[in-house]
Design a binder for this molecule. Structure first.
Ligand SMILES: Nc1ncnc2c1ncn2[C@@H]1O[C@H](COP(=O)(O)OP(=O)(O)O)[C@@H](O)[C@H]1O
Ligand SMILES: [Mg+2]
Length: 344
């Protein structure tokens, strides 16, 4: 049982507050992505869970046990970092066995768990090689196998794929997901890449300036962002936002009358693919980019920069006008002052 509970975590580095009142529970076996822009506190939070950094306030519980005062090796977890260091002077087998050897495991157990981790990550053919004889992706698999070989209840990963090229990253992403699901490991995976978080995670915690903005499944985060930050950070292209005036529960966008759940100044959020095309408000086209599966149109509606995902066969000329209308049920309304979603 390896549930992780983070209670009231605050971390200050002198005058810099890196984390503020972070509350988070990761149920046993869940794959949670910690997503946010650079500098938002992801690594700091992961290092506090690991015991590599001490929080200013709050507690960390793993499997119901307060581990706040325990050193990393007593917390029952394993880690993979961005600059994963595999030991160059050891064979792959010795690398993967390293954590088990440190624990003083006997040879039979080491062999069994090394074989299992190597099989999961498809590195059995390279067990006798040295890291210098492997590609970057293979070395990365060795680093993950080394972490998994100890069969940790909790696995912490900090941007483990960011040093790989795009194609390899896609491949490793799919493999990691399958492997960790099979192993049933409780995982916290730090990334600034929203597509990686969406693809991998059971749930995503979005961190912004040291605070958690929203914790939800990828689908809910995408469809029902609770803040403008989440709407703008998750999804590509980012959500479009329009500041509108609502009176009599109707907001107007370029001649369109839209039913609005609030009065006064509001923000309408619409995803690029959530426009119906052919009627509605005038989108003045600046650029149309044919992407193969669709065309990405960048333009303005009432002077506001807007990105619309259109069918592939539609490639309007710059300066032309396309009529678009937000799909009913796909509009997200936010309070202008707080930047938070308005309950419909
Ligand atoms: N050892 C440290 N000393 C001082 N400030 C730090 C230290 N580590 C991190 N910070 C600051 O804390 C904030 C969060 O950093 P970090 O957790 O590394 O962010 P992320 O991993 O999301 O990019 C940043 O403002 C960073 O400069
Ligand atoms: Mg970091």
């Amino acid at each position: 049982m390896s549930e992780i509970r983070i209670e009231g975590i605050r971390k200050a580095f002198g005058p810099v507050v890196a984390l503020e009142k972070v509350e988070l529970t990761v149920p046993d076996g869940e794959f949670l992505a910690l997503l946010g822009p650079s500098g938002c506190g992801k690594t700091t939070l992961l290092r506090i869970i690991a015991g590599l950094e001490t929080q200013t306030e709050g507690r960390v519980l793993i499997g119901g046990r307060d581990v706040s005062a325990l050193p990393p090796r007593k917390r029952g977890l394993a880690m993979v970092f961005q600059n994963y260091a595999v030991f160059p002077h050891m064979t792959v087998r010795e690398n993967v066995a390293f954590g088990l050897r440190m624990q003083g495991a006997d040879k039979a157990r080491i062999d069994r768990q090394v074989e299992r981790a190597a099989a999961l990550l498809h590195i059995e053919p390279y067990l006798a090689r040295y890291p210098g004889q492997l590609s970057g992706g293979q070395r990365q698999r060795v680093a993950v196998a080394r972490a998994l070989a100890v069969e940790p209840g909790v696995l912490l990963m900090d941007e483990p794929l960011s040093n790989l090229d795009a194609l390899l990253r896609l491949e490793m992403r799919a493999e990691l997901k399958a492997v960790l699901r099979e192993a049933g490991t409780t995982t916290v995976y730090v990334t600034h890449d929203q597509t990686e978080a969406m693809g991998l995670a059971d749930r995503i915690a979005v961190l912004h300036a040291g605070k958690i903005e929203q914790i939800d499944t990828p689908a809910k985060l995408y469809r029902h962002p609770q803040t403008m930050f989440v709407g703008g950070f998750v999804g590509a292209p980012p959500m479009n936002f329009f500041v509108l005036q609502s009176s009599g529960w109707v907001a107007r966008l370029e001649g369109l009358s839209l039913a609005c759940p609030a009065e006064g100044e509001v923000v309408l959020g619409v995803r690029g693919e959530d426009f119906e095309i052919g009627e509605g408000a005038a989108l003045v086209v600046m650029v149309a980019e044919p992407m193969g599966s669709h065309t990405l149109i960048t333009g303005t509606i009432a002077g506001v920069r807007t990105r619309v995902v259109a069918p592939a066969e539609m490639v309007p000329a710059a300066g032309s006008t396309v009529l678009v209308r937000p799909m009913p049920g796909r509009m997200v309304w936010m309070d202008k002052a707080s930047g938070r979603a308005i309950a419909a």
